[in-house]
Design a protein around this ligand. Structure first.
Ligand code: NAP
Length: 264
């Protein structure tokens, strides 16, 4: 796809770790459609890699360091964006984190601090970012999209505390949509099928998730990042102007299938 769906739109993308990140797939699609992008990455470790990727985009893209667990860093991000962009038309939240030991074994063994960290970074960060950036988004209205996963509503082996965090994220999406609708700020989620990324490989047995998805999904395959990016483009663009508080599944239909072994 190549057109001008996002011409004159300015947005912030959080969650590019490398070229395999879902956020990077979304960034490429939005850039192809004429969007001007800014990126926020977590700390210096990622700076060079994100810089290299951003250089491949047609427009110059400002980069900011922001650890979403810090209110001060979020506030600094808001001030930089205000200076560089003036307003914000969209926000992509593609961030999640849980300690590796929480993504194996049983959910009942989740530690208090592991719970806090997973929910703070993977869910509360959407609220904190939306609140800080509200003054920039209310100028002309805006669209917010966050990435989620089926583990929010089904008990997926080893997804554990991240499932709890995604349930909280999806609920936040609905509450934020209600709070911000009158300012024409829409808030939606994309529930993506499994994709082999850095974060995903931290889940114990992730390859089995990919294999099962391919076997059971009505479309008989795993989802491509471009398909997730196209859904993000839709939700962020004026094409979705009447949609808010929704979770859009991009999972090749996987969630609809109940797998009952048949006796011959
Ligand atoms: P990814 O490339 O590893 O991206 C995750 C991003 O979150 C990284 O850029 C990571 O930075 C960032 N992050 C973690 N803690 C942070 C913090 N404190 N402050 C700022 N950024 C932080 O993995 P991904 O699969 O594309 O994940 C993107 C989103 O898609 C996540 O919300 C994930 O849950 C969701 N999702 C993924 C799948 C899948 O199968 N891959 C399926 C459905 C939904 P660091 O590398 O520095 O930690």
């Amino acid at each position: 796809m190549s057109g001008e769906f996002m011409k004159d739109k300015r947005g912030l993308i959080l969650g590019v770790a490398n070229r395999r990140s879902i956020a990077w797939g979304i960034a490429q699609t939005l850039a192809q459609e004429g969007a001007q992008l800014a990126f926020a990455y977590q700390g210096d470790r990622l700076k060079e890699g994100v810089e290299e990727l951003a250089k491949t985009l047609p427009a110059v893209s400002p980069l900011y360091s922001c650890d979403v667990s810090s209110d001060e860093e979020i506030q600094k991000l808001k001030e930089s964006l205000e200076k560089d962009f003036g307003r914000l038309d969209f926000l992509v939240h593609s961030i999640a984190f849980a300690r590796k030991e929480e993504l194996a074994g049983r959910t009942v063994d989740t530690s208090r601090d592991g719970f806090r960290v997973a929910l703070e970074i993977s869910s509360y960060s959407l609220i904190a970012l939306t609140k800080a950036l509200e003054p920039l988004m209310e100028k002309e209205g805006a669209s917010v999209v966050a990435l989620t996963y089926l583990g929010s509503e089904k008990a997926v082996p080893h997804y554990n505390v991240m499932g709890l965090a995604k349930a909280s994220l999806e609920s936040s999406i609905r509450y934020l949509a209600v709070d911000l609708g009158r300012k024409n700020i829409r808030v939606n989620g994309i529930s993506a099928g499994p994709v082999s990324t850095l974060a995903a490989r931290g889940i114990s047995g992730f390859q089995s998730m990919l294999d099962d998805h391919k076997r059971r999904a009505p479309l008989g395959r795993n989802v491509e990042i471009e398909e997730i990016a196209n859904a993000a483009l839709f939700l962020l663009s004026p094409l979705a102007s009447g949609i808010t508080g929704e979770i859009l599944f991009v999972d090749c239909g996987y969630r609809h299938v109940v797998d009952i072994p048949q006796t011959p």
